[in-house]
Design a protein around this ligand. Structure first.
Ligand SMILES: [Zn+2]
Length: 438
């Protein structure tokens, strides 16, 4: 019960300048919502022909649609692609004077780590020090690698049990958006324009957003709620490509292979050995791009390697591609009997190219964070979001924090305050858009 009071106090305190009435807490806390969603397995899968890539994502989609209807949202629907859409109507005398703001979060979790039987653990009243995950003591969230823990003393920290990821990415975003609606419902005195909400599948495998109905969604601008540390706002993402390098050899019975067999694996190994050590994800940070061989198959007859290319600048991305192509040539010279091919696909572009024309989106998010008592900061995303693609399809969509940390791994965590402060920021954000249009 304590946190409910704390949240309502925080809201009351920060909104009091705008509305001189007490803010009622939501019916259900963001944490309770989060725990319910985190337990539903929604792991997506690479290289599937269908959207969603895994049918089980419908389980969460249908639950969210049901909850949205129960809370009173309008136009609630789940598309054949498992995208959940809903509208929360504005309560202004003339809603048409305020842009419809979209809020998005994704339902799937990363294919990198199991999302089956997620068992969230609440470390109540955290008092500092490393956090050992109960089901696997080799999984330790250290203060050294997570200095943000120093700001979380007294908070309740939520982790997985050490055997799975937590799925804070991005069920935190979902819980925060849902709790924002809940808060608005309890507090009709908070004035805002119409809000469009969507929960999407397959963000982690990059497929779901292709099926997104921007027109039907009806927003002029949107935010993905899919970032990390409290206060972190992103209006810049990677520009991204994926390369597939294929190595064609010749298989035969090893007993009679002399002079006939061409083992493609050795060519692949040679190619791998050419990756520059200082251009890898494990050796770069900040604004420095990378090349990342992340998956492949090895086989005598046909081997292949998949590689991510990432850079904030298109010229940098071109250089990475040129490097990979030069490496193909070098390996080809060394292994003339193996047929080596390379194919490069564009995945998405840095959304800053578009968002620089809509500075109010970033400014309003910064202001909303400040009203929630946070210190906002801009951070380029060393990744992509659904927003990158939406932005280029005509729906400018920067990314907001969720309070979560260590995405895509067993050491993922968030906290009660992280969930509540993000919710509070969203409540402020929709108000700011309404205020600015008066
Ligand atoms: Zn995410």
């Amino acid at each position: 019960m304590k946190f409910v009071v704390a949240l309502s106090f925080a809201l009351l305190f920060s909104i009091s300048a705008v509305a001189q009435t007490a803010i009622k807490p939501p019916k259900e806390t963001a944490l309770d919502r989060f725990l319910r969603y985190a337990k539903i397995d929604t792991q997506s899968k690479e290289d599937q022909e269908t959207v969603p890539s895994t049918r089980k994502q419908f389980n969460l989609a249908n639950l969210l649609a049901k909850e949205l209807k129960e809370i009173g949202a309008e136009n609630v629907r789940v598309s054949e692609f498992a995208i959940v859409y809903a509208t929360w109507p504005g309560n202004l005398p003339d809603n048409s004077r305020v842009p419809v703001i979209g809020l998005l979060a994704h339902m799937d979790t990363s294919p990198a780590v199991s999302g089956e039987n997620v068992n969230p653990v609440i470390h109540k009243n955290y008092q500092g020090g490393d956090i050992v995950l109960p089901k696997d003591p080799t999984q330790v969230i250290t203060v050294e690698k997570n200095p943000v823990l120093k700001e979380m003393i007294g908070d309740d920290i939520i982790t997985a049990d050490g055997t799975t990821l937590l799925g804070s990415d991005d069920k935190s975003g979902i819980a925060e958006i849902m709790t924002m609606i809940d808060t608005l419902k309890q507090n009709p005195q908070i004035k805002h324009g119409t809000i469009a909400v969507a929960f999407t599948p397959d963000e982690e495998v990059g497929g779901g957003i292709d099926k997104f109905d921007i027109k039907g969604f009806g927003a002029q601008f949107a935010y993905t709620v899919d970032g990390e540390t409290l206060g972190e706002i992103s209006n810049e993402t990677w520009s991204a490509r994926t390369a597939t390098v294929t190595f064609q050899g010749k298989s035969t019975h090893p007993g009679t292979a002399k002079g006939i067999m061409v083992n493609a694996m050795y060519a692949l190994a040679d190619y791998l050995s050419r990756f520059p050590h200082d251009m890898l994800p494990e050796t770069t940070e900040g604004r420095v791009g990378f090349v990342h061989p992340y998956a492949g198959t090895i086989d005598v007859e046909a081997s292949n390697l998949k590689i991510l290319l990432r850079n904030f600048d298109l010229s940098g991305l071109d250089k990475e591609e040129a490097l990979l192509r030069d490496m193909v040539k070098a390996t080809q010279v060394k292994f003339p009997e193996v047929k080596i091919g390379i194919e490069v696909k564009e995945n998405y572009k840095n959304m800053k190219e578009v968002l620089k024309n809509y500075p109010a989106l970033t400014d309003n998010a910064m202001e909303a964070s400040r009203r929630a008592g946070l210190k906002p900061f801009i951070k380029p995303i060393r990744g992509g979001t659904d927003g990158s693609r939406l932005t280029f399809q005509g729906l400018p969509t920067p990314n907001l924090f969720t309070g979560g940390e260590n995405f895509h791994g067993k050491l993922e965590f968030n906290s009660r305050r992280g969930l509540e402060k993000t919710t509070e920021t969203l409540v402020h954000l929709v108000q700011i858009f309404a205020e600015k249009q008066k």
